[in-house]
Write a protein that binds this ligand. Structure first.
Ligand code: EPU
Length: 457
């Protein structure tokens, strides 16, 4: 069987890589990009209408946005970029209700298109989704919710086939077993045009979902957020076009902020939003690091003293985000003492620490829950707790990125390591970050993007 390049443990060397000389303090100002995990969802939601929708603050140089564009074009959407960060989408008609296998497996976004396709043509086919190597990533919550809304689903030859009867999707009450981000989004998008009222209980409430709700409301949807993770959607017969400025990328903000501390730098991130970063900022205080919140930016500085160690647990919003775990773990390799990180969102999101150990980090993985949060991985054999002993000066290494956030952690480790690191598998980082390479260079990082040639290998 051919290896799936996205899921393969060892992405092929012999592709373009970064060469990073560590130890250069990052200094200066940089503008954050729009959030990939907001913009991509809004684009798919635009398929609910045949009118024009425009999303501003869209990251242009980002693989996941390009994949989303390709999927939507394959289904009949006209997409253009009227300006550098504005994307315009219009789906006058659905010309095809089958998401092509090779596109749909590249990331996990195709499932969001099921609602729009069912509403518009009563039929949808998507491949079983691909995605990062961070533990099992089923879509059973999405499927169960759509079934409750009246979709009929069959799994055949790696494809999910959905159809509705003449009545279309209907509103219902859905209780998610866990507040999954994309299951909430799939059901939210599908519910906007369903007959009657849909209640999503135990819904995720991440800021990217709130941004999607703002976009949907501008399209004419009626969506209420109630207390206790309850989202109530009153179906309407038709949605119309909308214009929306997407939120800034809080994951990019965290990665760059940590890079500043690790290199003893001083950077100002324009667009960084205190409201979406509250838990991260609190955690910085807890480890003894300083920052300054300004009108439209946040300055991260003062990493000259090593941080303090900490016990940390990832959680759904408003907890400490699982996507911040990897950069923060690198930071904790430079903290005094023993830190403990308990990952409660994904089962297998610490694989990258083995590579950090090759750079002289001192980390160990445990299947036990080293924390207090109720965790679905208790009594199971997942290495989802990590102990980090520091500070350990890092030394350069040759690494291969396995996924987006682990890839970012390798970049950060290389930026503070002694010597020159080479990092392959950079398609992961380029799928999830908007030109991070240029941003790091503009802040003074010594990083090169090298095209491999057979002679260089
Ligand atoms: N889960 C199920 N069944 C489902 C759905 C989820 O068991 O049907 C489980 C997952 O296996 C996981 C947990 O629920 O253990 C949470 O997963 P969730 O569904 O919330 O994750 P997601 O929606 O697939 C999004 C982001 C991730 C981010 C998580 C958590 C996008 C495209 N992806 O994934 O971002 O880590 O929420 O906040 O929005 C990234 O950007 O690098 C990334 C992985």
């Amino acid at each position: 069987m051919m290896a799936d390049p996205l899921l393969s443990a060892e992405p092929a060397r012999g592709s373009t890589h970064y060469v990073i000389e560590g130890g250069q303090p990052l200094r200066g100002d940089v503008h954050l990009s729009g959030a990939k995990n907001a913009v991509t969802k809004q684009l798919v939601a635009s398929m609910l209408t045949d009118d024009v929708c425009t999303v501003y603050n869209a990251p242009g140089a980002l693989g996941d946005v390009i994949i989303t564009e390709q999927v939507m074009r394959a289904l009949g959407t006209d997409i253009s970029w009227p300006a550098a960060h504005a994307i315009r989408a219009q789906t006058r008609a659905i010309s095809n209700s089958v998401v092509p296998m090779e596109l749909g497996r590249k990331n996990r976004l195709a499932v969001l298109a099921v609602g729009p396709l069912l509403h518009r043509v009563g039929h949808a086919v998507i491949p079983v989704p691909g995605g990062d190597r961070i533990g099992p990533r089923p879509i059973d919550f999405h499927l169960a919710g759509l079934e409750q809304m009246g979709a009929h689903i069959e799994l055949k030859d790696g494809l999910y086939d959905f159809h509705t009867d003449g009545q279309g999707l209907r509103g219902t009450t859905i209780e998610l077993p866990y507040p999954s981000v994309m299951a909430t989004e799939t059901l939210l998008i599908a519910a906007t045009l369903a007959r009657g009222i849909t209640v999503i209980q135990n819904a995720a409430i991440e800021p990217e979902i709130m941004d999607l709700i703002k976009f949907l409301q501008k399209m004419g949807a009626i969506v209420e957020q109630r207390v206790d993770r309850k989202i109530v959607i009153e179906g309407v017969p038709r949605l119309h076009g909308a214009e929306h400025r997407a939120m800034y990328d809080r994951n990019e903000a965290v990665s760059l902020a940590v890079a500043a501390y690790l290199t003893h730098g001083d950077i100002r991130l324009h667009g960084a939003d205190q409201g979406t970063l509250l838990t991260f900022l609190n955690t910085l205080y807890r480890v003894g690091l300083d920052f300054g919140v300004e009108d439209d930016s946040i300055r991260f500085f003062g990493g000259d003293q090593p941080p303090r160690s900490i016990a940390l647990e990832t959680d759904v919003h408003p907890g400490f985000m699982t996507d911040w775990q990897q950069p923060f773990t690198v930071l904790l390799t430079q903290a005094h003492g023993m830190s403990v990180i308990h990952e409660t969102v994904f089962a297998d999101r610490f694989g990258y620490t083995l590579e950090l150990n090759k750079m002289c980090a001192d980390t160990g993985l445990y299947p036990k829950c080293l924390g207090e949060l109720e965790c679905r991985f208790r009594e199971r054999d997942f290495l989802h707790s990590c102990v980090v002993r520091g500070p350990t000066p890092l030394s350069a290494a040759d690494l291969t990125m396995p996924d987006i956030r682990a890839g970012a952690s390798y970049l950060l480790a290389a930026l503070c390591a002694t010597g020159t690191s080479r990092i392959w598998g950079i398609e992961h980082i380029e799928r999830g970050y908007d030109d991070l390479f240029s941003k790091l260079r503009s802040l003074g990082a010594k990083i090169e993007r090298v095209e491999d040639t057979p002679a260089a290998l």
